[in-house]
Design a protein around this ligand. Structure first.
Ligand SMILES: [Zn+2]
Ligand SMILES: [Zn+2]
Length: 336
């Protein structure tokens, strides 16, 4: 009975936590619904009398609105990608690892297993990065999210406003969501501002003036907050860094914060893909597989695991081989 209670309580708490985690998404959705009603119904359909202006405002608004909602939806509902089974510690190694009492010997077991994997990053002490909860050797740029309770590939951060982990699978969607949210606020702010100025030129009621002032204030507050966040992420993308990794320098035979920096164009391609016409569309176009990433030549040349290159080639599937060769090709080009 007691054991049952102990299990039931965390389950209940977990359930409450899961429900509570949707509160920020609900708040954002309500603000968006309110902004839609205020703009379309109150401003465009009631206040604006010129038919051409009305149609133009509504048309542009709906294009921006659809892109904003589409990217928000994708950022929320694209599941984070997890390490594949090949990173999972096999049963025999797991038993040896658990029975071993000396940390150095445990490190050795992980090192032996990791020789078969394309893993370059290390902990601050130079050990293989291992997640005790998921029992996996963490691929490069992978981190464990304590909120989601799992390891996430190229994890950037856990975002409460989308109630999802932002990582390899949805980072592009998150960036586009910030950009289109800014555009949405800016468009509403600019068009409402025109009518806000009418208070001094033509007679409009004070209630209507205060309503416009409030809408303008909300749009401005959201725009400023988003601008800082978007600016920060643009800076991270330009250096091919992630938020998590920015505070924790990447380790590959020594600390190197810019270990994945390939130059601005290639860094952008890593997130947005090679086809520029798809950069602003919320479809997945990021390069690679999320497990391994091209690195600067300086890092790779110093990496002792390259000695095991032939071994990986033997054990990799065709798809993995292709990814690996693409990775190598990029690195060689960068060095030129
Ligand atoms: Zn984990
Ligand atoms: Zn998470």
């Amino acid at each position: 009975m007691l054991a049952g209670c102990r299990v039931a309580l965390p389950r209940g708490l977990r359930c409450c936590q899961r429900i509570f985690s949707w509160v920020p998404v609900v708040i954002i959705s309500l603000v968006v619904l309110w902004s839609y009603y205020a703009y379309v119904c109150e401003l465009c359909l009631v206040t604006i009398t010129n038919p051409t202006e009305k149609v133009a405002y509504l048309l542009i608004f709906h294009v921006v609105f659809v892109l904003f909602i589409w990217t928000y939806w994708k950022a929320i509902f694209t599941p984070p990608k997890q390490p594949s089974k090949k990173f999972l510690l096999p049963y025999a190694e797991k038993e040896r690892y658990d029975l071993e009492e000396h940390p150095e010997a445990q490190k050795q077991i992980l090192s032996e297993f990791a020789k078969r994997l394309p893993v370059y990053s290390r902990t601050g002490s130079g050990a293989i990065r291992f997640c005790d909860t998921c029992q996996v050797v963490k691929p490069d740029r992978c981190h464990h999210c304590s909120v989601c309770g799992m390891c996430v590939l190229k994890m950037d951060h856990h975002c409460p406003w989308v109630n999802n982990c932002i990582g390899y699978s949805n980072y592009k969607f998150f960036l586009l969501f910030l950009a289109y949210a800014m555009l949405y606020c800016m468009y509403i702010g600019c068009t409402v501002f025109k009518y806000f100025l009418l208070y001094w030129t033509v007679s409009i009621s004070k209630t209507f003036y205060l309503t416009l002032a409030f809408r303008l204030f909300v749009a401005l507050m959201f725009f400023i907050s988003l601008m800082f966040l978007f600016g920060y992420h643009c800076w991270l993308v330009s250096l091919n860094r992630t938020h998590t990794r920015h505070f924790q320098p990447s380790i590959s035979n020594g600390p190197d914060k810019n270990g994945f920096h390939l130059g601005l164009c290639r860094n952008l391609e890593q997130v947005f893909g090679k086809k520029k016409k798809l950069w602003l569309i919320p479809v997945f176009t990021s390069l690679g597989d999320g497990f391994s990433f091209p690195m600067r030549m300086s890092c790779e040349s110093r990496n002792p695991l390259l000695a095991a290159e032939n071994q990986w080639e033997d054990e990799m599937t065709d798809d993995e081989n292709q990814t690996y060769y693409e990775t190598s090709a990029i690195t060689v080009q960068v060095e030129k």
